[in-house]
Design a binder for this molecule. Structure first.
Ligand SMILES: Nc1nc2c(c(=O)[nH]1)N[C@H]1C(S)=C(S)[C@@H](COP(=O)(O)OP(=O)(O)OC[C@H]3O[C@@H](n4cnc5c(=O)[nH]c(N)nc54)[C@H](O)[C@@H]3O)O[C@H]1N2
Ligand SMILES: Nc1nc2c(c(=O)[nH]1)N[C@H]1C(S)=C(S)[C@@H](COP(=O)(O)OP(=O)(O)OC[C@H]3O[C@@H](n4cnc5c(=O)[nH]c(N)nc54)[C@H](O)[C@@H]3O)O[C@H]1N2
Ligand SMILES: [Mo]
Length: 661
């Protein structure tokens, strides 16, 4: 973004055409930072919850004293691992690693493994291709077939639609696979509204037709693919009729999809994150990726698997603080023992030591993690909670102390991305409100009070001045041969950037080939070596107690639980609602605008109904990110359950019933 500042206020936000992936600049959320940066609702000083439950401002000195004495107390009674350090996806920068460095100096802590967002897909990709990288975003314009599979780019990756448009103008076809008729689907040549959680079967069914009808690229497969013969046997039983029976599609639709795959090359599949939120979705992603492998659609312009790009995550693990895999033997200092997907349950279950204190920053786990009710219970069970936040979120409301967080204009950092290949600088351009301290300063103040050695603090955390931050960032970047000066000129391509991923046809898998058969899938995850199909754990049954499938995707006007509190956004998307197919609504005596109760054994929500012919019957949808205080926290309904691989959260394995409220 190009940001104009006047009198220490952000007044204008524009695009940076030098970023070839996002030349047209920010969406409404990016633009709304003009409001967000100076919102009257921002937390701008430390707040303490009183016995009456009300939050009142108090001085930084008192806040540090109170927090430090609680930390010393729980550490002396239970050891440092009684402190939970929880971070979410609120901001992604090089400086994020400072948090864990502080907790190591404290003596240790407990933290989470896994991730709410994308790990089933990351792991499926790593098992198959050896690495998560993909062609440049703009290379999509070279594709002749684009499949947006469980991805709603028109809302969640709007820049990608520019490149989709270019391809369509040049004669490409677009297939969208989604139980909902989304804004993305409006552009599609073919929309496949399958039963949720059956993508793996659809992919095997398409594979069946490609093998049966001789569309396999034999020379490519012989040279670069492991396990083709076993795969061919696996897909034998996925005839169009059987696949139709599983997916709820028509056999003819599956044949049409396969014929597009056979006729249109090069083909790119851009799978979304939404479809990998099931207990069977890692295997489904592997089955989808197999379609590209057997047709030779990898390592070429306009072809490939455009899921996630880790090229710019050069400076850190994918997730701060830990990688996806819990270490086999916890290092004893940082105990990596809490599954993000099962946050509430694991927090309650931890013993030796039990958790007594939580520190939350950059995340809003109460509405965003599965099984909200148990997450709330787990936080309430603790002795003390600190939340570092810009706003009084649902999680902040559960805290004993809320510390104000800086925003993205108030501290220099270097940021990567997960789709485009640029590293970028995010310079400090605004002085924060007087009492707002960046996390690095909060940690330094706590470190002083806790008597942590000055030299150690200085080594772990940058000093307060912008110069100190810049020299800390410079040192971290030097390993990659990148300087801050370069970044100041504009976006810099990651040193690992390749216009066409895997163009050398070298795959860093155990066999050096694309692995349709993966022994690691069995060894690490206990799964079939082949991408076999299995139904998700939770399955709505017609006639059963919970016959409807609830989908909780993202929406254009928010980033998860953020932005909804701004006037700019409220004007367009003021309140949560549940979308229902008219057939499902009528069967329950529900009309447009009625309030309905959406419920299962985990919880319930009561929301106004919007009828939507574009939904697959049997599915209802509520976008995630609304707060408990808005009555729209969808994770009241979801189970704390992991995906089949990668320790993701299976949010969409979720059956409900809806009745008139
Ligand atoms: N505007 C906006 N943009 C965002 C975000 C945001 O909150 N708002 N969040 C960002 C982040 S962190 C993420 S992870 C991405 C996520 O963005 P996407 O990858 O688009 O993921 P979702 O919105 O979760 O789901 C995408 C689609 O999957 C469909 N779906 C659900 N179940 C199934 C299924 O079983 N099969 C198939 N084929 N489709 C299914 C849903 O109906 C939905 O339309 O967006 C990023 N971009
Ligand atoms: N049911 C359901 N649940 C979902 C999903 C779904 O599809 N369905 N999607 C999941 C996905 S993909 C994701 S990525 C997660 C996202 O869930 P979270 O990782 O919890 O992210 P956000 O909701 O965006 O909340 C981030 C918080 O960080 C704060 N913040 C921003 N910048 C800073 C900073 O610099 N410092 C500090 N201290 N705080 C800051 C913001 O104010 C905000 O409150 O939600 C997941 N939850
Ligand atoms: Mo995400």
């Amino acid at each position: 973004m190009n940001v104009t500042v006047e009198n220490n206020r952000v007044v204008k936000i524009e695009g940076v055409p030098a970023n070839l992936a996002t030349p047209e600049g920010p969406c409404i959320k990016g633009l709304s930072y003009v409001e967000r940066a100076h919102s009257p609702e921002r937390v701008v000083r430390p707040m303490r919850r009183g016995p009456d439950g009300q939050f009142r401002p108090f001085a930084w000195g008192e806040a540090i004293e109170l927090i430090a004495s609680k930390l010393e107390d729980v550490r002396s009674r239970f050891g440092p691992q009684s402190v939970l350090y929880y971070t979410g996806s609120g901001t992604k920068g090089l400086l994020n690693s400072a948090g864990l460095a502080f907790w190591r100096l404290f003596g240790g802590c407990t933290t989470t493994y896994g991730d709410l967002c994308w790990p089933a897909g990351l792991e499926a990709t790593r098992l198959t291709l050896g690495d998560n990288s993909h062609n440049a975003p703009w290379d999509l314009a070279n594709a002749k077939l684009i499949v947006l599979w469980g991805k709603n780019s028109a809302e969640t990756n709007i820049h990608q639609m520019l490149h989709v448009d270019r391809a369509l103008e040049a004669g490409a076809k677009l297939v969208v696979v989604d139980p909902r008729r989304t804004e993305t689907a409006e552009r599609a040549d073919l929309l496949l509204q399958l039963r949720p959680g059956t993508d793996g079967a659809l992919a095997l069914g398409v594979g069946h037709l490609l093998v049966r009808d001789g569309y396999v690229d034999r020379p490519f497969v012989d040279a670069h693919v492991l396990g083709f013969d076993e795969y061919a046997r696996l897909v034998e039983e996925f005839t169009p009729e059987r696949t139709a029976g599983i997916t709820g599609l028509k056999a003819g639709q599956i044949e049409l999809f396969a014929s597009l795959f056979a006729a249109m090359t090069p083909a790119t599949i851009s799978p979304g994150f939404g479809m990998q939120r099931f207990t069977n979705s890692g295997q489904a992603m592997r089955a989808m990726l197999a379609l590209l492998a057997i047709t030779g659609n990898i390592g070429k312009p306009g072809a490939g698997w455009m899921y996630a790009n880790l090229q710019t995550q050069v400076f850190s693990h994918v997730k701060d603080p830990v990688d996806f895999y819990p270490p086999a033997t916890p290092d004893g200092v940082v105990r990596v023992s809490i599954s993000t997907a099962k946050l509430g349950r694991d927090m309650l279950a931890q013993s030796d030591p039990p958790l007594a204190f939580a520190w939350v920053e950059r995340g809003n786990p109460i509405p965003q993690n599965p099984d909200t009710r148990t997450v709330v219970e787990a936080f309430r069970r603790l002795e003390f909670r600190v939340v570092v936040e810009e706003f009084m979120t649902d999680t902040a409301r559960e805290a004993d102390v809320v510390l104000p967080a800086k925003n993205l204009f108030e501290q220099t950092d270097v940021i990567g991305a997960y789709w485009h290949p640029y590293l970028q600088i995010r310079p400090k351009i605004v002085e924060p409100p007087t009492e707002v301290k960046p996390e690095t300063e909060i940690y330094r103040a706590l470190g002083h009070r806790l008597g942590i050695d000055e030299g150690q603090l200085d080594a772990a955390l940058p000093g307060p001045s912008n110069e100190a931050i810049e020299s800390w960032l410079t040192a971290k970047l030097s390993k990659f041969g990148i300087t801050l000066d370069q970044l100041r000129q504009g976006p810099v391509l990651s040193p690992d950037f390749r216009e066409v991923a895997f163009d050398d046809l070298r795959f860093p898998t155990p066999s050096g080939k694309i692995e349709l058969r993966s022994d690691e899938a069995r060894a690490r995850w206990g799964l079939d070596e082949l991408p076999a199909f299995r139904e998700p754990d939770e399955r709505p049954e017609r006639g059963g107690r919970f016959p409807l499938h609830i989908l909780t995707p993202n929406t254009k006007n928010r980033i998860h639980s953020q932005f909804g509190n701004l006037e700019t956004i409220r004007r367009m998307a003021p309140a949560p609602f549940v979308a229902m197919h008219p057939a499902d609504a009528t069967a329950r005596g529900i009309a447009e605008g009625d309030r309905a109760r959406i419920w299962n054994e985990r919880g319930s929500l009561t929301l106004p109904v919007k009828l939507d012919y574009g939904l697959r019957p049997g599915c209802v949808a509520v976008t995630n990110g609304f707060w408990l205080t808005e009555g729209g926290a969808v994770n009241m309904l979801s189970a704390g359950r992991e995906t089949d691989m990668g320790y993701g959260a299976a949010f969409h394995d979720n059956a409900v019933e809806v009745s008139r409220a």
